[in-house]
Every structure is written in C-alpha cells, then in structure tokens.
Design a binder for this molecule. Structure first.
Ligand code: HEM
Length: 456
C-alpha cells in the first residue's frame, strides 16, 4: 500500500509519472525525483508503482537482516534468463545459493587474492602497453572494461578474451551489453518503446547463446585439459561443500561462470573510470595520489602487499564509488509486516529499491556539500564518526558482494600503475555524462596518457 508516500508533483491519471521518464536513464530520473521529494518516495508508470528509499535512517532500517532480505525482482529477475540460479540472481531460499556461496567463499579469501595478484599485474601491464602505444586520446571506460574483463577471465577461469588485441569488443561483451539492456528494459511498460530500446527477443536469444556457448567451451576445455584447480572455475569443478561435500551441478556452474564474468568486470571498470575522471578534475588530489604511489612503490612493480599500502588511492576509489556507486542500488524485501521509516505500512513480501547515490549523498550524514568530491571523507577518523549504513557500494548483509576484495585489489593496483606511469590531460570541456546499463559508467570520457619516465 503506497498511500501517502510522496511522489513527483504533477502525477497524471493513467500514465502516472511517465512524462520526463527516459528508458535509458532510469537511475538518473529516480535521483532527480528523490532529490526533490525524498527520502522515501514512489514512481509510478501506468499501474506499476515502485517505492524507493534513499535516506541513511530508513536504509539503516532496511539493512537490518532480521527484518529484511535481498529481493530478486525487476531487472534482477529478468536476468535469470541469462544467469539462472547463479549467486547474484538466486533467491536466498534456493538451496544452490548457500551451496555456491559456501563453496566459493575461499576463492575470495586474502590467500586467494595473493594467488590472483600476478595475473592482475600481468593484465595491468597489458593496459600500460596499450596506453604506451596510444597516439591520441583513449576512451577510459572502454579500456578499463578491457582491463577488468581480462582480469576476471584470467584470474577466474584461466581464459584470455584478448581484449587489448581487438579494436572492437569481444563478441561475449557485445552480446552481454545487449542482453543486460534487454533484461533491464523488460520493465518498460510501453511495448513500442520497449522494442525500440531493448531489441528483439530473437536477438536476445542469440546473445544468450553466444555467452552460454563461450562459457561452455571454457568449462569443457578445463575439464578436458585440467589446469589451475584453485581459481574460481577450478573450485567449482573440484570442491564440495565444506560440511556436506555436496558439489555444484553442471548447469549451476555455467550460471556461476556467466555471473562472475558479468558481475566481475562491469562494476570495477566503471569504478576505475569514475576515479580517473575525478582525478583529472581535481589536480591536488591527483598530485597527492601520485606522490603516494611514488613514495610507496617507487619505480617498482607492486608486490601483493604493496597494493593495500596505497591508502590514499583507495580513498580516491572509495569517494568515486560514493558519488557514483557503479552498482547503483539494491532491493530489500520485508520478512514480516513493518512500518517503513516508522510511517508507511509494508506487508511481508513487499519490497523497496535503495538508490545508492541518494544514500551516499544524504546531507544529514555527508554534510552540506555532499556533491563535492573529497577523498578525505574516507580518513579513518571521519569514517568512524559516520553511521555504518551510510556507505554501501558493495551491498549489504549476506547477499553483499562476494567479489569486494577482488575488485578493490584489482582497482587499487590498476589505478596505482597508471598514476605511476602517466601524466594525463583530459578534455577540459568534457561534461560528465553517465551511461546506464545494469551498472554506471562515464560515457565519452577520454584522456591522453603521456609516459612520465621513459626509463621505467
Ligand atoms: C553482489 C557491487 C565487483 C561478484 C554485489 C552487490 C553489489 C555489488 C551492490 C549486491 C547486489 C544486490 O544486493 O542485489 C559491486 C561493485 C563492484 C563489484 C561496486 C566493483 C567495484 C565484483 C567482482 C565480482 C563480483 C569483481 C566477482 C569477481 C558479485 C557476486 C554477487 C555480487 C557473485 C552476488 C553475491 C550473492 O548474492 O551471493 N556486487 N561488485 N562483484 N557481486 Fe559484486
């Protein structure tokens, strides 16, 4: 029951809040409404109404795992056509969620990161080799996507997509981007608009087949030829549950493989791209970050332990993910009847969406200028003063991101390496434009990398 929950002024009969809603920018449309009427509000298009909650107080309530859990709905439900009961799209009650979560947890331990480090370093060198060769501006989001796709491919599956040798994205990526858009736009209620933006079901079927065929091939090759037993794929093929010994079935392994390739690269790529954007816009921050890299790493390639020593670079990433959390939200479902924000009745099973950029800019917590980029917000003393639920770029509770350490190690490593090696000039006229798919990326943002020290 959404009675009494605020919404955009000027809601119309039948079409609701349709006017001004752009199927390509649902998140940014939501932020606009939230800024105006938030922290709890609804958007309604035809008969379809969604409740959003973006204040730190109400999100603290929603993140209470005893009262709420992850809701698999809307865009995520639509993704089940692609990723089935893979970790991200599974319902928490599905037995395969717990099974896969417990089997895969060790693949994300500190010890596992130590094993992935040399591969992450190798891929970061592919990026710097490409930037060394560049004669003009490089598209940051495109190259960061190359980096993160190669990293999850190599560290997770021993597979090389060859992204840096290609001028066009790998066919898997092209298919993935279309399939994600198709899934997201199934929520658009006007059939002609949906067809115009989302593509056809036949195309979607072909895209899913492209992705499935590739992962089947990679899995088949590993089964036939053996190889690394302790990367993601190795663990899925050879490990059983730590308590029961139960194994993942082949269909679930395929679902997990697709899940990890998709979840494991889009978000990290966006986070790196926003970080570089903010660095080029904030010369003092850039100088400070670079000074840290020079002091801690010097001219050397970083060892595993060197990565976590870049405390300031990490804060740059944290602050970039505050302003633009690249997985921009999650859904929470009530486990029992409750009052949302102490005011609006929710019945068991009702759900709301948490648009993270609103939480991450709540002035009650982040101060009078929450739009300002300032990595010092992540100094330990400042973090300690804030409520724990004010910053959630990796989600919350037992369904939070399993790949957090992987993403952070990879991103700090790559950002450190490009700061170590290049000076950047960015087009001063560029205005941040955000492309939305399942995740966020700065669109059309380029830099000119110039090698700082040719001796290296
Ligand atoms: C879940 C964010 C990187 C794998 C999530 C969720 C968020 C998130 C917000 C929770 C979604 C929900 O509640 O519906 C991010 C961000 C990343 C990142 C911002 C990078 C900056 C990665 C990487 C991997 C990964 C590198 C894998 C190598 C997953 C998986 C889940 C997940 C499998 C589902 C976990 C479960 O429900 O058990 N991520 N992620 N993510 N992420 Fe990440």
């Amino acid at each position: 029951d959404t009675t009494g929950i605020p919404h955009r002024p000027g809601r119309l009969p039948v079409i609701g809040d349709l006017i001004g809603a752009n199927p390509r920018t649902p998140l940014q449309d939501t932020l606009r409404v939230g800024r105006r009427v938030g922290p709890i509000f609804t958007r309604k298009i035809f008969g379809f109404e969604i409740v959003f909650a973006g204040g730190v107080d109400v999100v603290t309530q929603l993140n209470d795992e005893t009262k709420f859990g992850k809701h698999v709905g809307l865009g995520i439900e639509n993704l089940r056509a692609l990723a089935g009961d893979g970790l991200f799209t599974a319902h928490t009650g599905e037995p395969n969620w717990r099974l896969a979560h417990d089997i895969l947890q060790p693949a994300f331990s500190a010890e596992a990161m130590r094993r992935y480090h040399p591969m992450m370093l190798e891929v970061a060198h592919e990026l710097t080799a490409a930037w060394d060769r560049a004669t003009g501006p490089v598209d940051v989001a495109a190259d960061m996507t190359r980096l993160t796709l190669e990293t999850i491919g190599l560290a997770g599956f021993g597979y090389r997509f060859g992204s840096f040798e290609r001028t066009e994205p790998h066919p898997f990526v092209t298919a993935m981007i279309r399939a994600l858009r198709f899934a997201q736009l199934q929520n658009v209620k006007l059939p002609f608009a949906r067809r115009a933006f989302a593509g056809t079901p036949a195309q979607n079927k072909a895209d899913i087949a492209t992705m499935t065929n590739l992962v089947d091939e990679v899995i088949e090759t590993r089964r036939r030829e053996g190889g690394e037993s302790r990367d993601l794929l190795g663990m899925m093929l050879s490990e059983g549950h730590p308590d029961t010994g139960e194994r993942l079935d082949p269909v679930n392994i395929r679902n997990q493989a697709i899940t990890f390739v998709v979840a494991g690269h889009e978000t990290t790529s966006g986070a790196l791209s926003f970080a570089l954007y903010y660095l080029t816009r904030n010369p003092d921050t850039l100088a400070k970050a670079r000074a840290e890299v020079d002091a801690v790493w010097g001219d050397r390639d970083p060892s595993f332990a060197d990565v976590a020593k870049l405390r300031y670079v990490r804060r740059v990433l944290d602050e970039s993910m505050r302003l633009w959390p690249t997985a921009p939200g999650y859904s929470r479902e009530a486990r029992e009847d409750v009052l949302l924000g102490g005011k609006y009745p929710m019945q068991k099973g009702d759900w709301v969406i948490v648009p993270l950029p609103l939480v991450h800019r709540d002035p009650a917590v982040w101060g009078p200028d929450p739009e300002k980029f300032d990595p010092d917000r992540f100094e330990p003393a400042a973090v300690k003063k804030r409520p724990a639920q004010a910053y959630k770029p990796f989600g919350t509770g037992e369904r939070a991101c399993i790949g957090r350490q992987f993403a952070l190690h990879e991103a700090v490593l790559a950002l450190g390496m490009v700061l170590q090696r290049y000076d950047f000039t960015a087009d001063p006229a560029y205005e941040l434009k955000i492309a939305e798919s399942l995740t966020l990326k700065p669109s059309g943002f380029t830099v000119r990398p110039r090698v700082r020290n040719r001796a290296r």
